[in-house]
Design a protein around this ligand. Structure first.
Ligand code: UDP
Ligand code: MG
Length: 314
């Protein structure tokens, strides 16, 4: 029986895959238990697929899921979890930013009886100041918006027990924020802290556009507060406007004068048009996701699945 599954999402990771496999194998062999490494190739356009198949030839512990195209990091993780067969499942990035040795600490906590052991980054090495600041602000902003306790400074590097993995399968949500969903599930959770290293090679697969989509998914999945923003702004602005109107009427009656104010009218009108458009945009973010849910398409499409059956036959 397979005890541990290590899920590794891969998108254009030809420069790191061999080293990652080597380091993960060293760590997993040291446990002395049966394990599998589940590579999920998320529609890479480089040699990732070829290299993964090479690795599989020499290592029966490796399985591969090939997506039909790039479906995104969170979806790749989900596919890995859906197909993992271990009693404990660890998700880890391919770029060795999360040190594989930390998996042993996670396993120790799991053996103590925890169902979810997440990695908490105490320090982030070799990441741009922009990424560090935006990440810090984002995690705090998110936790102020949501009532679910999503741990801050935590990525997708975590161990989950088989029962958590099975519970995850019941969540069919489309634009997924996996770490939030795992918090939402509950179970006995704990953290291990670690230093997040520099990428081993290659560059980040999360350009600004993907980061923004990721942040929007997280917020829309776990909070409806932005939708209420329009209401709050409407009430307060109407209140202020009403008071101002009273002032205008009283002044007109008492003093009789009033200045013509072309510039102020234009400024006010532009300002409120801006607010209306922002509110519409926020609603669009939610409606687009509602639409995604309605379409009921599968979360991902697998082009090829290798290495899963062979192991079962043994
Ligand atoms: N990744 C993926 N699909 C994507 C983007 C990223 O599977 O569309 C994988 C990537 O190969 C890596 C992990 O997700 O294993 C995290 O990506 P990356 O290290 O580039 O993100 P960062 O650490 O810079 O936030
Ligand atoms: Mg990385």
């Amino acid at each position: 029986m397979i005890k541990y599954s290590i899920v590794v999402p891969l998108y254009n990771e030809e420069l790191v895959i061999a080293e990652t496999h080597k380091r993960l194998s060293e760590v997993m062999k040291s446990t002395g238990d049966e394990y599998e490494i589940v590579f999920v190739n998320d529609g890479s356009r480089d040699k990732t697929e070829i290299l993964a198949k090479e690795i599989m030839k020499n290592d029966p512990n490796v399985c591969l899921i090939n997506f039909a195209r790039n479906f995104g990091h969170q979806t790749a993780i989900t596919a890995g979890m859906d197909n993992a067969r271990g009693q404990a499942i660890v998700v880890i990035d391919a770029d060795l930013q999360d040190p594989p040795a930390v998996i042993l600490d996670m396993i120790a906590k799991w053996k103590e009886g925890y169902d979810v052991v997440y990695g908490k980054r105490s320090v982030r090495e070799g990441e741009t100041a922009f990424k560090k600041v935006t990440a810090k602000v984002f995690y705090r902003f998110l936790s102020s918006l949501t009532s679910i306790d999503i741990p801050t400074d935590t990525g997708d590097f975590r161990l989950i027990d088989r029962k958590v993995c099975d519970a995850m399968k019941s969540i069919k949500e489309k634009n997924r924020y996996v770490r939030g969903l795992i918090s939402w599930l509950g179970f006995k959770q704990t953290a291990v802290t670690y230093v997040r290293k520099e990428r081993f090679a290659g560059e980040t697969k999360y350009p600004l556009k993907k980061m923004l989509k990721f942040a929007a998914d997280a917020i829309t999945s776990f909070s409806d507060k932005p939708l209420k923003l329009a209401g709050y702004m409407g009430y307060s602005i109407s209140g202020i406007s009403f008071l101002y109107l009273l002032y205008v009427i009283i002044r007109k009656l008492a003093v009789g004068d009033f200045d013509s104010g072309w510039a102020s009218i234009v400024a006010i009108s532009l300002f409120f048009n801006g607010i209306v458009l922002i509110v519409l945009g926020i609603m669009g973010e939610y409606i687009g996701r509602i639409y995604d849910e309605c379409k009921n398409r599968p979360l991902y499409v697998i082009a090829e699945k290798l290495g899963f059956d062979e192991k079962e036959e043994k």
